[in-house]
Write a protein that binds this ligand. Structure first.
Ligand code: AP5
Ligand code: MG
Ligand code: ZN
Length: 214
């Protein structure tokens, strides 16, 4: 099962992708997480990516596409994967279609988590992420058991650098301009599925399971 997650920043792509990965035993591949891990380790890729991410801009396609296409050849992708945060531009979608077609494969589901911009700004200010394992929380909606501490691994929870309100607004503009056109792209491919992202996270997941099957 090859799944891609679409939706604005803060729509809940990461939250849902983690649950999908667990239920269907497929890897969760998040380009945002890959970049953040590289930033933490101080790699060249991380240094380049950070310049764009901190401004709320997309990392250039040439730094993303090869990385993902390579990741999709790893052994753990035999039964599929859930891609979170990729593709994010039409050239990225075209590169993915082409790389898959070369192996006689295609995307099975493009899940679009639909949510208005107003809901997003509120969510992002409350998001806290684990520095070690990447788990995400929300101080009001999905709080950790102990404030500031990850339930899963006990590490510190932080506010992401790009979750400041002015950067979130920029990310939303970039989303509408560069990523939203993918909704049309995957509608034409016949694989787009919309889910309402404004409801409780377990209800969002229920709607996704209905689409993917038990
Ligand atoms: P990335 O890490 O992908 O960020 P994003 O798309 O902006 O999305 P987020 O991770 O912020 O949101 P999400 O949809 O995963 O929501 P979450 O589940 O956390 O990318 C970061 C940057 O990297 C980009 O800006 C770009 O620079 C670069 N980049 C990455 N991929 C790239 C690519 N392919 N090309 C170019 N550049 C790329 O949920 C948000 C919050 O809401 C959380 O606090 C959560 O707990 C809460 N929440 C979730 N669901 C619900 C619910 N149903 N009800 C209430 N609260 C909820
Ligand atoms: Mg995410
Ligand atoms: Zn953790």
């Amino acid at each position: 099962m090859k799944i891609i997650m679409l939706g604005a920043p803060g729509a809940g792509k990461g939250t849902q992708a983690k649950m999908i990965a667990e239920k269907y035993s497929i890897p969760h591949i998040s380009t945002g997480d890959i970049f953040r891990a590289n930033i933490k380790e101080g790699t060249d890729l991380g240094k380049k990516a950070k310049e764009y991410m901190d401004k709320g801009l997309l990392v250039p396609d040439e730094l993303v596409v090869d990385l993902v296409v390579d990741r999709l050849t790893w052994d753990d992708t035999k039964n599929g994967y859930v891609l979170d945060g990729f593709p994010r531009t039409i050239p990225q979608a075209e590169a993915l279609t082409k790389a898959l077609a070369a192996r006689g494969e295609k995307v099975d589901f493009a899940i679009n988590i639909d949510i208005p911009d107003e809901n997003i700004i509120e969510r992002m200010g409350g998001r806290r992420a684990c520095v070690t394992c990447g788990a995400t929380y929300h101080i009001v909606n999905i709080p950790p058991k102990k404030e500031g501490v990850c339930d899963k691994c006990g590490s510190e929870l932080i506010l992401r650098d790009d979750d400041k309100p002015e950067t979130v607004r920029k990310r939303l503009d970039v989303y509408h301009e560069q990523t939203q056109p993918l909704i049309d792209y995957y509608t034409k491919e016949g694989v787009l599925k919309d889910v309402d992202g404004t409801v409780d996270m377990m209800d969002v997941f229920g709607a996704i399971v209905q689409i993917l099957g038990e």
